[in-house]
Design a protein around this ligand. Structure first.
Ligand code: NAD
Length: 461
């Protein structure tokens, strides 16, 4: 297909070479896709729970059988290391397995009332619109598709225009696995036009959005017109808080992956490291040594740990954080410059970084970490909370009571202690403050893709 207004040329960020020309949908086609999803809904809703579970299980196995193909496609489209893509595709299959098993476990209640019996059950919403960003295209698609299909909804996925390839293949694999036509479809196109059109579409019952806080605000406003259910997984500026009594070597060794993984394009990136003042210099030395060891290179090489940024315009946005108008930053380390082609960006450690600045409070979404000292627990909590975001974070200490006090004090939806992990298939994931609301993954996600109905049966007369 020759590129035209109605096609998107998808590019490999590591080589700048075109990968594929993909059909771009306009409003007319997007409308037709929503109509097909509406038509497919009653049939999918009425599939028995055990059969729906069986179909999702078969979908999971089909993904596993195509794992290498999907991982390579993701690596080429996003520029992410192949080892990461393999892990993400394995997670996609796990998500589908988990929700296959959850179909018949989303139970209602019977509630003691006078004069009869009161009972509740969950019902699907109808057509779910899943809007997905470019940083973890297939993984985040599965976080929405798994619970939405398990609950009996049909789904329209709107991937980021830069990275539609794995979502398109995923929908083909769903058909191969026996998921009926119209149950899982993909619309390709820009967020501001076709995305906004879908959000306002009266046939869409719910929007499950992951992306920037700015776009999330627009989605929320547009969804208000038809009072759609909305869940928002937005930006982050997570703090990694390291106390002097922590295992400093372990904390420093794991810090680079937590902020330079996916080239920093991770909503959970620990892009601020707070270190208790007496061990600040030692920690920075250990962090720089660990950062020097990060393997930057060809994303298709299994040894690579960091690839390029996703696009040229995103690289310019990230670079601006290192060139603030109000003075120089203390750059303690800057990685090697790889040159072109490809949208490479060398990792940077800024230490000490002044709190209150744009670098401190805003999401960079690139491989830049700001490190600053703190004096005590209260000071650490004030610094950690000094951002509009509240998604994730870490606390490193050997004192269990302190870890729990800090976990209470930090306003973020997902925290880990002596670890930098955030996401597990069977635990709830989501933000506080302007990182959004609603929870994905775990059994909790099922509530976000269903309505609760309450029925009273009189036993009198
Ligand atoms: P983005 O907000 O630009 O786009 C995300 C998706 O929304 C894309 O599919 C885009 O086309 C669509 N979109 C944009 N504007 C829209 C509109 N007005 N109406 C409907 N759809 C619209 O984000 P991005 O640049 O693709 O991704 C990076 C952002 O995503 C970062 O802020 C990151 O923190 C966030 N993110 C959050 C999570 C989380 O779980 N909290 C996970 C990954 C990424």
């Amino acid at each position: 297909m020759a590129p035209s207004d109605s096609t998107v040329t998808v590019v490999n960020p590591a080589t700048e070479r075109p990968l594929a020309d993909v059909r771009r949908h306009g409003a007319h086609e997007a409308d037709a896709i929503v109509r097909r999803a509406i038509e497919a809904f009653p049939r999918w809703r009425d599939v028995s729970p055990s059969d729906r579970g069986r179909l999702l299980r078969r979908f999971a196995v089909t993904v596993e059988e195509h794992a290498d193909e999907l991982a390579l496609l993701e690596t080429r489209n996003v520029g992410k290391p192949i080892a990461d893509s393999r892990g993400e595709v394995a997670m996609v299959a796990d998500v589908l397995h988990f929700y296959a098993g959850a179909v018949d476990k989303h139970r209602g209640d019977t509630i003691p009332v006078s004069g009869g019996v009161d009972l509740t059950w969950h019902e699907p919403l109808g057509v779910v619109l899943a809007i997905v960003p470019w940083n973890f295209p297939l993984a985040i698609t599965s976080w929405k598709v798994g619970p939405a299909l398990a609950c009996g909804n049909t789904v329209v996925v709107k991937p980021a225009e830069l990275t539609p390839l794995t979502a398109l293949r995923f929908a083909e694999l769903a058909l191969e696995a026996g998921i009926p036509e119209g149950v899982l479809q993909v619309v390709v196109g820009p967020g501001a036009t076709v995305g906004a059109f879908l959000v306002e579409h009266p046939g869409v019952a719910k929007v499950a959005f992951t992306g920037s806080t700015e776009a999330g605000r627009d989605v929320m406003a547009r969804a208000a017109g038809t009072v759609k259910r909305v869940t928002l997984e937005l930006g982050g500026k997570s703090a990694n808080v390291v106390f002097a009594d922590a295992d400093l070597e372990r904390a420093a060794a794991s810090a680079p992956a937590a902020v330079f993984g996916n080239a920093g394009q991770d909503c959970c990136a620990r892009s601020r490291i707070l270190v208790e003042r007496p061990v600040f210099d030692r920690f920075v030395d250990l962090l720089v040594t660990a950062t020097e060891a990060v393997v930057i290179g060809d994303p298709e090489d299994p040894a690579t740990e960091m690839g390029p940024l996703v696009s040229e315009s995103h690289r310019s946005r990230v670079a601006a954080f290192l060139e603030p108008a109000d003075g120089d930053l203390n750059v303690a380390y800057r990685g090697p410059d790889r040159g072109g082609p490809g949208w490479w960006f060398a990792p940077a450690v800024v230490a000490p970084a002044p709190p209150g600045t744009r670098l401190w409070r805003d999401e960079v979404f690139g491989p830049v970490v700001a490190v600053t000292p703190f004096d005590d627990e209260d000071h650490a909590a004030i610094l950690a909370n000094d951002t509009p975001y509240g998604l994730s974070g870490s606390i490193w200490t050997r004192d269990g009571a302190r870890a729990l006090r800090m976990a209470r004090a930090v306003r973020a939806g997902v925290l880990s202690v002596n670890s930098n992990t955030s996401v597990r298939v069977n635990t709830p994931f989501g933000g506080m403050k302007q990182s959004g609301f609603g929870r994905e993954l775990g059994l909790e996600a099922l509530d976000a893709y269903s309505d609760l109905k309450n029925i009273f049966l009189s036993t009198e007369g």
